[in-house]
Design a protein around this ligand. Sequence first.
Ligand code: ATP
Ligand code: MG
Length: 285
Amino acid sequence: MGKLKIAIQKNGRLSEKSLDLLGECGIKIPNGNQKLKTVSTNFPIEILFLRDDDIPQYVEQNVADIGILGENEVWEKDRNIEIIKKVGFGNCRMSLAIPKEESYTGISYFNNKKIATSYPKILKKFCDKNNLSVEIEEIGGSVEIAPGIGLANCIFDIVSTGSTLLMNGLKEVEIVTKSEAVLIKSRNLSEEKQQILQKLLFRIQSVLHSRENKYILLNAPNEKVKDIISLLPGIKSPTILPLAKEGWSSIHSVIKEDKFWDIIEQLKEHGAQGILVIPIEKMIL
Ligand code: ATP
Ligand code: MG
């Protein structure tokens, strides 16, 4: 049987999370990422460890069938590949930043400025759209030091916390776009590989659902059960079981984690006790 080839980042911010995702999909991967490629022992998939910059090209040319990388690299490389889905990590902003002592006057500030970036295509699109005339200085990395050493006036780069900018005396003034990690695929997959991909996608979907959701159990007096259920939007409807203690029930349901924090106070007000929130390992809808 053929194997689906997936390219993931060899060494970087997306590496561990990409491997974790495959691991949570029940895919066993033997040697970590020390080698260039490795084969799963229990799923028809081969993992290629590459620089994220190269993944779009490899997928376009069918060296890899699918890949996981930041949307930012997908947009910048602009290859003929297809984005299948977001995989729930690698969130960041792509922003313009200027020296912190400068006063920012709005987007026209950038007119006639020299901007250093590793993402010239994305930046050019943005500048064209906003009728900005700028000089784009493309550099491979450590973009944030460019203004300090006199290579450029300002930068366009990836930001997540902003601490790198601060350390280099810069401030973020314009968010151009947001990016996160995505699964991409080649435009010409064989029928067999397409089928393996469908299996993988099914597993990824169930992992992503389970990450967002928690299993909740709580006890409540019977007369409060109706009120409490109305607070708990379960997958279909909650399970209600009688407790050994007369007049009390146990309520089980599935709830979005962020939702849980919104309703916890209301649950307590309605008499809920012994609330347990439990991670779900897999969730098949
Ligand atoms: P490679 O050696 O594979 O080319 P890299 O240096 O280009 O690695 P990383 O810094 O590991 O890339 O970042 C990989 C991706 O992680 C980015 O393209 C982006 O999508 C995402 N990311 C999320 N947060 C950040 C951040 N704070 N800084 C940089 N990248 C981030
Ligand atoms: Mg890179």
